[in-house]
Write a protein that binds this ligand. Structure first.
Ligand code: ATP
Ligand code: MG
Length: 249
């Protein structure tokens, strides 16, 4: 099982869009896939038409005895399960704090699922916090959407140093360009900088209103616009991620 956290210090950069669409492609490739919606806003849960309510809420979810499997829901997509968000994730940080080994909590919760899934995507809320540390421990790869502006590049530098400082040198930090608008000079300039950065995945997701329509269709992009430019970009992103996670399958 490989755990991919879609993660950024910044909000609104395309984390959920990436998690939702990459999970779709992973499942379509035949991998047993789990999408864990860690964001109290529950956007990923909404896109996949899964009921958000987790009985007992996030507090119960973090108890050692709670069986994560019981809370997993199926989706309309074959091979794809989802662990729904719940408003009580707002208290996730507190809950993690209240128990021993908070940084290891997510990793411990995921451990029993190792035989059930080939890949797990964590759709993370935007923050650096105790919950983030827990995510960092659990993840094999951090997938970081970067909008091509200087500010987002600074955010990426922070992500990299955050990972290194936590002693996770084995962690794959995989940035990619998100919401790219080539008409903007600032974007074109920043794209040049990113192209020179060898850590970047090559696929870039264009800014396109068809991506926003996920909320209208309540479906991942490739389900309603499989041949659109951004859908093909997400497919390319998945191929690269697949290669980095599993080598040649
Ligand atoms: N490639 C894209 N082109 C245009 N709009 C996009 C694209 N990707 C995402 N969006 C839209 O931008 C908004 C933010 O995207 P998304 O929810 O994926 O970001 P996020 O990083 O998960 O945000 P948050 O930090 O709030 O969780 C959403 O309204 C989404 O529909
Ligand atoms: Mg999100």
């Amino acid at each position: 099982m490989r755990v991919v956290a879609v993660w950024s210090i910044k909000g609104g950069v395309g984390k959920t869009a990436a998690a939702v669409n990459l999970a779709f492609f992973a499942a379509a490739a035949g991998l047993r896939t789990l999408l864990w919606d860690l964001d109290p806003q529950g956007a990923a849960t909404f896109y996949y038409r899964v009921k958000a309510k987790v009985k007992g809420g996030g507090r119960r979810l973090l108890k050692r005895s709670a069986e994560l499997q019981l809370l997993v829901r199926g989706t309309d997509i074959e091979n794809l399960d989802l662990l729904p968000a719940d408003f009580s994730y707002r208290r996730l940080d507190l809950d993690l704090d209240a128990r021993k080994q908070p940084q290891r909590r997510l990793a411990l919760k995921l451990a029993p699922l190792a035989d059930e899934y080939d890949v797990v995507f964590l759709d993370c809320p935007p923050s650096v916090s105790l919950a983030s540390e827990s995510v960092l421990r659990a993840a094999d790869a951090l997938l970081v959407p970067v909008i091509p502006t200087t500010l987002s590049l600074r955010g990426l530098a922070q992500v990299r140093s955050f990972a290194t400082k936590r002693g996770r040198r084995d962690l794959l930090v995989l940035p990619f360009l998100s919401m790219v608008d080539r008409r903007k000079t600032m974007h074109r300039d920043a794209i040049g900088l990113c192209a020179a950065d060898e850590g970047f995945l090559r696929a870039a997701i264009p800014a396109a209103s068809i991506v926003e329509k996920m909320g209208v269709h309540r479906a991942p992009l490739p389900a309603y616009a499989p041949f659109s430019e951004p859908a093909r970009a997400f497919a390319a992103l998945w191929s690269e991620l697949d290669a980095r996670l599993f080598g040649r399958r």
